[in-house]
Design a protein. Structure first.
Length: 542
């Protein structure tokens, strides 16, 4: 705004300048004398706007379905204006981007701004409070960081957006690339306690999901969920591939919390979300690691923290898998095989161990799903029952059998949920499992085939180090056992297996009461319970 006399002078000289600060603007008062015979005096006043717009607070960046494309969005800011003027829209925007962040240059935001690239196609500012969008076409498979400043009609430049000047918060996006092959599931996930809280860690990922070498790994993303398999995944952090592969959980709520680690490559592809990507943490203790079949989400295996340690002690980083096999066929009579599964360990090189590894205790909790056929009916319709041990289905009870290499062994500690058609049980063995209808025992029973291996070698090599007695105990009675030498002298007790169960699995590790491995030879086992005494022989090979 300018005020002056009506008469235009022939010559004007400023003799005084006065700058007054008024709110958001400035008042410049200039006084001069007219060097003319008339001696006219002219006064000029100018209002200068030196108040820049405020920094944008919500700049965000997202990749799109198109390779190399990024969508930026933010809220249109207000032009602060000056004294005697009305606030309105800013005049223009300046958007810059770079392949490195402000944090990477020591949080020197002004330096980053000076070397970053200016974007073209920036939109004309809209009404303050409106949602602004712009699309940038950049290099595919690349991470970019962004910042924005606005300019008013007096050429005042706003500060950089607040996210860019907040360490670790700068808007960024990984553009999609032409590579559609995701990394393999992350392995070796574990939780450890430190003085500062729990720490989740994992092993470096070296392969793609098809087993080929992973050459374009970008980073690891840490997600939190309140349900298994991440029904409500929330991203809580990102870890660079070159950083220590660990993430602190001290600030995370741990009640009913599942944490998942997914690898992401330079094209934006993430690891598949399966149970082995994560662990369940509650009350600052790792409870289990869940593995879900890629065939059905109802089938899974859960191992305790101690059993996870046994896998790690084997000096190999395994991925535990539950694989559903081909459709089952009807067995003899009206008793039917309902489902076949294989529990296996996959090594980092892709090779499979489906039977040699045995956990020290039968505390691997397994859930297998099945589907009854039209043969499993009663009174013309499907038979449904509430969940309890070994529910009746059709002409036999639903249960689980395990193949010990010679014969199918009945797993007597199963619990069947006939509404959801799943059976839950505990085991220490990998290998083949079958969900099947069969006629259960009415009291404590132990077939010879359920003693395995009959010849075992307790030499600590992890193979056939103990003998297992898989009893059927339908009445859940207390069961005891002992080992005798051929002279009838008691050598050792048979240990009960299975946490929270009456004896369904018993085992002997080949040691006497003093903890020493016995000499090779034939030994007698005696198992008592339910008014029965069951005996037989096993062989210790040295």
């Amino acid at each position: 705004m300018r005020l002056h006399s009506v008469d235009k002078p022939k010559k004007f000289h400023i003799s005084h300048l006065l700058l007054l600060s008024l709110g958001g603007g400035a008042l410049l008062l200039g006084i001069g004398l007219l060097a003319s015979p008339e001696g006219q005096l002219q006064i000029r006043m100018s209002i200068l706007d030196n108040s820049p717009p405020a920094a944008v607070a919500d700049l965000t960046a997202h990749d799109t379905v198109d390779n190399g494309q990024v969508l930026l969005s933010w809220t249109a800011p207000v032009e602060d204006g000056a004294v005697f003027t009305n606030p309105g829209a800013v005049s223009s925007y300046i958007v810059k981007y770079a392949t490195f962040s402000v944090t990477s240059v020591g949080n020197d935001a002004l330096f980053w701004w000076s070397v970053a690239t200016s974007a073209s196609g920036v939109p004309t500012p809209a009404v303050p409070g409106s949602l602004e969008n712009m699309v940038l076409n950049l290099t595919p498979g690349t991470v970019y960081w962004f910042s924005l400043r606005s300019v008013d009609d007096a050429s005042n430049l706003s500060p950089m957006d607040t996210k860019a000047t907040t360490p670790g918060q700068q808007a960024n996006a990984l553009t999609r690339g032409t590579d559609s092959l995701p990394p393999a599931p992350v392995r070796g996930i574990a939780v450890s306690s430190t003085p500062l809280g729990d720490l989740i860690s994992w092993s470096p990922l070296l392969i793609n999901n098809d087993g080929t070498p992973l050459s374009d790994l970008m980073s690891y993303r840490v997600y939190r969920s309140t349900v298994v398999l991440g029904g409500d995944l929330t991203l809580i952090g990102t870890v660079s591939k070159s950083a220590t592969l660990a993430f602190p959980l001290a600030t995370q709520p741990l009640a009913n919390a599942y944490f998942y680690i997914l690898a992401v490559d330079q094209s934006g592809n993430e690891s598949p979300l399966i149970g082995s990507n994560g662990v369940r943490v509650e009350n600052r203790v790792v409870q289990d690691q869940t593995v879900v079949s890629n065939e059905t989400v109802d089938s899974r295996a859960t191992i305790s923290e101690d059993l996870i340690r046994e896998l790690k002690n084997d000096a190999s980083d395994y991925l535990l898998r539950v694989v559903r096999l081909e459709d089952p066929e009807v067995t003899s009579g009206l008793l039917q095989t309902l489902a076949n599964y294989r529990l296996e360990l996959e090594r980092p090189d892709g090779t499979i161990d489906s039977g040699k590894f045995v956990f020290s205790r039968p505390e691997m909790k397994i859930v297998l799903s099945y589907a009854r056929s039209s043969l499993s009916v009663t009174g013309g319709g499907p038979r449904r029952a509430s969940s309890n041990s070994l529910q009746s289905a059709g002409n036999g009870s639903v249960g689980v059998l395990w193949w010990n290499g010679v014969a199918w062994i009945k797993i007597g500690n199963g619990t069947v949920d006939s509404d959801n058609e799943t059976v839950t049980f505990e085991s220490s063995h990998l290998g083949l499992y079958r969900v099947q209808e069969y006629n259960p025992a009415s009291s404590l029973s132990l077939d010879k085939a359920q003693v395995y291996p009959r010849i075992f070698s307790p030499n600590g090599d992890g193979v056939n180090d103990r003998v297992v007695f898989a009893v059927e105990n339908p009445n859940l009675v207390s069961v005891t056992g002992r080992i005798l030498d051929m002279s009838g002298a008691e050598v050792a007790s048979i240990h009960q297996g299975g946490e929270g169960l009456e004896a369904q699995w018993l085992s002997w590790d080949g040691r006497d009461r003093s903890g020493h491995v016995v000499t090779g030879g034939v030994y007698v086992y005696e198992i008592q319970g339910d008014g029965k005494k069951i005996s037989g022989t096993v062989v210790v090979a040295r």
